[in-house]
Design a protein around this ligand. Structure first.
Ligand SMILES: Cc1ncc(COP(=O)(O)O)c(C=O)c1O
Length: 359
């Protein structure tokens, strides 16, 4: 079976891990700092705080802005549920906005009508490496004096004309999970340009304790610490990034050149030329179930995209979301991933061709 996602780890990760163990670098320490510095240099952002997951990164970012009960945070209706759950965990309300008709990215023109005096943050999501209209977001944020947290969990190293996604607002949050460009198994990090926010994030990562020896508890936090073992993995994974981006772009180009000729499905576009990275290969197919079963029959795994946030029993929002509904009803991930062999993509393309011409 060709799996929908393929990422590899090798001897270099094992070697670095061995080195860290030999030096007794296990918990959060020097290797984590080195990893944070590498990310800081690579993304050209001054402050990086590594943590246990992208979800934890989002939660810490919200806490660092003092968001809690009675507050509202605006997010798109199409994103992984983690974006909303991080908000709910603070006690704040997740306020949903529909996505654009052409792409599953927040429709900035619909945000203003959802802003209230309780709105304490805008959280655009750069889904699948695509850039949200950050200029529009910044205009709104400036007009209403609301901070912005970019959910860049699916957009590490993706960029637009202003630079790397996740570095263009108050805070940016990234995931290092298994289905990401760089993976430490689990993991994530927050970036910011603001030193005060950075200092708060570090304290939040350690139960709100500023100084472990005097132990004054001035800020709420939790154990969100990273480990040097994860960081050892991460450092090696970072060295693979350019090769991986080139490979993902090749996969995208292969799918694009074929699927553009088909009537039965559409490839959701990613603006590779402007620096967006097509992390996943997402298609829209009105006959999604048939396509998924057809591919399965040919030993190809495809994955249905996650449901919209407004379908969650934990979120009460009776707004109207026609665009996101179309993406969630028709969306399917085709095999992809930084170490997915190109021969597998050719095999999938042949199967897609058979599906297109099946009648
Ligand atoms: C858009 C988005 N936000 C948040 C997260 C949460 O990241 P993690 O799985 O590392 O907690 C993910 C993970 O896939 C994601 O895709």
């Amino acid at each position: 079976m060709i799996s929908w996602w393929r990422i590899a780890f090798g001897d270099c990760e094992v070697e670095k891990l061995r080195e860290s163990v030999q030096k007794e670098c296990i918990g959060q320490g020097f290797v984590t700092e080195e990893f944070e510095e590498e990310i800081s240099m690579a993304l050209n952002v001054p402050f990086v705080v590594a943590t246990t997951s992208g979800s934890a990164a989002l939660y810490m970012a919200l806490l660092s802005l003092g968001i809690g009960h009675g507050d509202e945070v605006i997010i798109p209706n199409r994103t992984w549920i983690a974006s909303a759950n991080a908000i709910l965990l603070t006690g704040a309300k997740a306020v949903l906005v529909d996505v654009r008709s052409d792409l599953p990215l927040i429709d900035v023109s619909q945000i203003q009508s959802r802003i209230t005096p309780q709105t304490k943050a805008l959280m655009p999501v750069h889904l699948n490496g695509r850039s949200v209209d950050m200029r529009g977001i910044q205009q709104l944020a400036g007009k209403f004096g609301i901070p912005v947290i970019e959910d860049a969990c699916q957009a590490f190293f993706s960029s637009n004309s202003s630079g790397y996604l996740g570095t263009q607002s108050d805070l940016g949050c990234f995931s290092l999970g298994l289905t990401k460009l760089v993976s430490t198994g689990q993991g994530g990090f927050v970036v910011t340009k603001n030193r005060d926010v950075y200092e708060r994030l570090k304290v939040i990562r350690n139960h709100g304790v500023t100084d472990e020896f005097t132990e004054s508890y001035d800020q709420f936090g939790f154990n969100f610490k990273f480990t040097d073992l994860f960081a050892s993995f991460g450092l090696v994974q970072l060295s693979r990034v350019s090769k991986r981006i080139a490979h993902l772009n090749k996969i995208y180009a292969k799918y694009e050149s074929t699927i553009s000729k088909f009537k039965s499905l559409d490839l959701l576009p990613v603006n590779v030329l402007s620096g967006e990275i097509p992390l996943y290969a997402e298609v829209l197919c009105p006959e999604r179930k048939e396509l998924k079963n057809f591919l399965h029959f040919h030993n190809i795994q495809a994955r249905i995209v996650p449901p919209d946030l407004n379908t969650s029993s934990c979120i009460k929002d009776d707004g109207s979301f026609p665009n996101s509904m179309r993406f969630s009803n028709q969306g399917l991930y085709l095999p992809c991933g930084p170490e997915q062999p190109l021969e597998n993509i050719d095999f999938v393309i042949d199967a897609l061709d058979d599906f297109e011409h099946r009648n």
